[in-house]
Design a protein around this ligand. Structure first.
Ligand code: GDP
Length: 432
C-alpha cells in the first residue's frame, strides 16, 4: 500500500489529524508527553483508496530533545513514505523547530503537503496563508478537530499518491524486498557490509526498476535482492531520548516496504523483550520471517545450551521460521541466508486450491472433531484461501471455533503444507 507519513512538532495536532483521516472519533492514545505509542502505522481508506498512515509523532520529547526528535521523524518520513504531510500550528506560526524540519523536507523529491492546522474558521485563514513563506508551496488550512478542510487536503494528496507504493511497484519481476531488523548492536550493519563487500553491489539500473537511495540492491547467491531502508541501518542516529520509538518507527516503516524480514538476534546476549517485540511486529505486518542468530563465533558450550532453552521458551511461537546461525563478522554461513529467504518467500506466496483445502478440512474434522460445547458442535461448512502474502484462509462455520481448535488447524496446515517462514491467517465467517 502507498504510505502517507505525518510529521510535525508536538502539540500541532498530529493525532487529531490521524483520527480525522482514519475517520475515528476517539483519540489514538491520550497525549501524555514522553509516552511511547506501540502503534505507529494504521491502515486507512478514503473514497475506496487504501493506504498506510504512519504517525511519526508517537513520542513527544521534552524541550531539550525536540529538534533532534522531530528531525529524526522527518528523516524516517522522507525515507519510507510516498507522501509527507507536514503539520504546522497556524495559530502559533512557524517556529525555529518547524524551520529546521522545512530545510530537511525541501531536499526531498517526494511530495510534501504543508498542513496549517487549527484553522477552525475562515477568519483564521490569513494566518495559514502566512506560512507560504516557508517555501513548501501552498499551505492547506484545516481544522483536524472539526474536520474543516481535511477533505480538500486529501483530494489533493490522492492526486499525487501512487496507487501502490513506489517500491512495491516492482512486485512483478523486480528483486524481492528484504528488511534487516533487530535491536541496536545485533550486527545489522555488519551483515550488510559483509554481504555488500563479498558480493557484487548492483549499482546499475536494472531494467524496469528505479533505484531508491534508501535501499540497496545486492547480489547474493546468484540473485539480486533489494534490501530496504539500508539508509536507516547505515545512518547512526543518536538521540538522548526516544531512541526506542525511533527504532520502532523505522522497523514498522521498513516492514511496510518489505516482503520478508530477517530478524537478527545476538547469541552472546540473552533474548530480550525487545527482540520478541520486533518479531511480533513482523507477525503483525504479515511479512515472511527468517531468524538469523548472529555472533555465532562468540558462542561457547554453556551459552549454547542456555540459548537453545531460551529459544524454546521465548520464540516457540515462531518455531516455523527458518533459522540460520551466522557470524556477520567472520562471514560464517552467510550463504545459508539465501535458501532461507527463498523458502520463506515461497511459503508466503503459496496458494492451496479450494478443493484440496476442503479435502484437508474434511479429513481433519473426521479425525479430530471440534469438542462439544453445551451439547452443540460448531461445524465447518466450507473453507477457502482468500489470499496469499501471507496465506489467509476463511472458514465458513456454524459457530465460533475455540481458539485451541483454530491453533490446531494451523498446526495441521503446517504439518501438511509446510508454510515454513510465513505467518498464516485464519479468519472465520459464522453463519447462524
Ligand atoms: P547494528 O547496530 O545492528 O547495525 O550492529 P553493528 O553491525 O554495528 O554491530 C555491533 C557490534 O557487534 C560491532 O562492534 C560489530 O563488530 C559486532 N558484531 C557484529 N556481528 C558480529 C559477529 O558475528 N561476531 C562478533 N564477534 N561481533 C559482531
Amino acid at each position: 500500500l502507498p504510505v502517507i507519513a505525518i510529521v510535525g512538532r508536538p502539540n500541532v495536532g498530529k493525532s487529531a489529524l490521524v483520527n480525522r483521516i482514519l475517520g475515528r472519533r476517539e483519540a489514538v492514545v491520550e497525549d501524555t508527553p514522553g509516552v511511547t505509542r506501540d502503534r505507529v502505522s494504521y491502515k486507512g481508506e478514503w473514497l475506496d483508496r487504501r493506504f498506510t498512515l504512519v504517525d511519526t509523532g508517537g513520542w513527544e520529547p521534552d524541550a531539550r530533545g525536540i529538534d533532534a526528535s522531530v528531525a529524526a521523524q522527518a528523516e524516517v518520513a522522507i525515507d519510507l513514505s510516498d507522501v509527507v504531510l507536514f503539520v504546522v500550528d497556524a495559530t502559533v506560526g512557524a517556529t525555529a523547530t518547524d524551520e529546521h524540519v522545512v530545510r530537511l523536507l525541501r531536499k526531498t523529491k517526494k511530495p510534501v503537503f504543508l498542513v496549517a492546522n487549527k484553522v477552525d474558521d475562515a477568519r483564521q485563514e490569513p494566518e495559514a496563508a502566512a506560512l507560504w513563506n516557508l517555501g513548501l508551496g501552498e499551505p492547506y488550512p484545516v481544522s483536524a478537530l472539526h474536520g474543516r478542510g481535511v477533505a480538500d487536503l486529501l483530494d489533493e494528496v490522492f492526486k499525487v499518491l501512487p496507487q501502490v507504493s513506489a517500491v512495491a511497484k516492482e512486485e512483478f519481476g523486480g528483486p524481492r524486498r528484504v528488511a534487516i531488523l533487530g535491536r541496536p548492536n545485533v550486527g545489522k550493519s555488519s551483515l550488510l557490509n559483509k554481504a555488500a563487500r563479498e558480493e557484487r553491489v548492483v549499482v546499475n539500473d536494472l531494467a524496469g526498476t528505479t533505484r531508491d537511495p534508501v535501499d540497496e540492491q545486492i547480489e547474493l547467491g546468484g540473485k539480486v535482492w533489494r534490501f530496504v531502508d539500508t539508509a536507516g541501518i547505515r545512518r547512526r542516529v543518536h538521540l538522548q531520548q526516544g531512541a526506542d520509538f525511533y527504532a520502532s518507527l523505522r522497523t514498522q516503516a521498513a516492514l511496510e516496504k518489505a516482503e520478508v524480514a530477517v530478524v537478527l538476534l545476538d547469541v552472546s546476549q540473552p533474548i530480550s523483550e525487545q527482540d520478541v517485540r520486533i518479531i511480533d511486529l513482523v507477525l503483525e505486518s504479515g511479512r515472511a520471517l527468517v531468524l538469523a542468530y548472529n555472533k555465532w563465533d562468540l558462542l561457547d558450550d554453556d551459552r549454547r545450551r542456555y540459548l537453545e532453552r531460551e529459544i524454546e521458551q521465548d520464540l516457540h511461537h515462531v518455531a516455523w521460521a527458518p533459522r540460520v546461525n551466522i557470524s556477520a563478522k567472520t562471514g560464517r554461513h552467510l550463504e545459508k541466508l539465501v535458501p532461507a529467504l527463498e523458502t520463506a518467500l515461497e511459503s508466503w506466496d503459496t496458494r492451496i486450491p479450494t478443493g484440496k483445502f476442503n479435502a484437508f478440512l474434511t479429513e481433519l474434522v473426521q479425525a479430530h472433531p471440534h469438542p462439544l460445547r453445551g451439547g452443540k458442535q460448531p461445524r465447518i461448512l466450507f473453507g477457502t484461501q482468500a489470499s496469499t502474502r501471507p496465506p489467509t484462509f476463511v472458514l465458513f462455520t456454524t459457530g465460533f471455533l475455540d481458539p485451541g481448535y483454530r491453533r490446531f488447524i494451523q498446526r495441521r496446515l503446517r504439518e501438511i503444507y509446510g508454510f515454513v517462514g510465513t505467518p498464516i491467517v485464519l479468519n472465520m465467517r459464522v453463519r447462524e
